[in-house]
Design a protein around this ligand. Structure first.
Ligand code: PEP
Length: 254
């Protein structure tokens, strides 16, 4: 079954409302004729309203970068999935390596956040990936399998089919050192095999697996030509409309 490519831009803590609006405007102009790719952007929380207004009816979806497991409550500084949904988000990033390493998010919290996203009607983009030390120790398959196992445990198959998995080796994020297409394909095949082992066949066939880690216009086509790479989660290059558009075009041509 052909999976529709999915490219998402993670703007991290860049682009306040005014700059985010300008980037969204440039994207909207560039993206007019890209038909067969799903595209989403994840602006900082404070910029979501501006980007939502600018991208209304553009076909570009919005994603949160994080959420709190509760629907609401006395959690100063946090944002719930329900609030992201009300602000116009369709997706939410969960378990990004910066959340795991800089903010201490463990697999159990990531699992709670995945459930919370489902409760709120958001589609999770579940980020998994090994550190350099884990790869050097030959543990990349074990680490990614554990991350998936905990995050997706007990999930009904119809919900699991709506999850996007982003394989993002931590050593490739923001470093300019991407995984090679062969390295990435090997890990994507591992993710696909995990899904086939745990869920009915349609789940593994349907789930889109994005690669993330220094995706640029120059390496996107080679990465996206791999059979199990269904799209990209793009950090730095998504902050430039031309670069992001070039990556989307590479996905369209896969
Ligand atoms: C990311 O933030 O998910 C990411 C992959 O960043 P970069 O593309 O900058 O490596």
């Amino acid at each position: 079954m052909a999976r529709r490519p999915f490219v998402a831009g993670n703007w991290k803590m860049y682009k306040g409302p005014v700059e985010a609006d300008a980037l969204a405007m440039a994207l909207k102009r560039a993206l007019v004729d890209v038909g067969n790719v799903d595209v989403a952007v994840a602006p900082p929380m404070v910029s979501i309203a501006a980007v939502a207004a600018r991208l209304r009816h553009s076909g570009v979806a919005l994603a949160g970068q994080n959420l709190h497991p509760a629907a609401e409550g006395a959690f100063t500084g946090e944002t719930s999935g329900e609030h992201l949904k009300a602000a116009g988000c369709a997706y939410v990033l969960i378990g990004h390596s910066e959340r795991r390493t800089l903010f201490g998010e463990d697999d159990a919290l990531v699992a709670q956040k995945v459930s919370a996203a489902m409760r709120a009607g958001l589609l999770p983009i579940l980020c998994v990936g090994e550190t350099l030390a884990e790869r050097d120790a030959g543990q990349e398959v074990a680490v990614v399998t554990r991350q998936l196992e905990v995050a997706l445990r007990g999930m009904p198959a119809d919900q699991a089919a709506g999850v996007t998995v982003a394989y993002e080796p931590v050593w490739a994020i923001g470093t300019g050192r991407s995984a090679s297409p062969a390295q990435a394909q090997e890990m994507h095949a591992t993710v696909r095999a995990f899904l086939h082992a745990r869920f009915p066949a349609f789940v593994g066939a349907q789930v889109r697996i994005q690669y993330g880690g220094s995706v640029k216009p120059g390496n996107a086509a080679a990465l996206l030509s791999q059979p199990d790479i269904d799209g990209a989660l793009v950090g730095g290059a998504s902050l430039d409309a031309d670069d992001f558009f070039a990556i989307i075009r590479a996905a369209a041509g896969r």
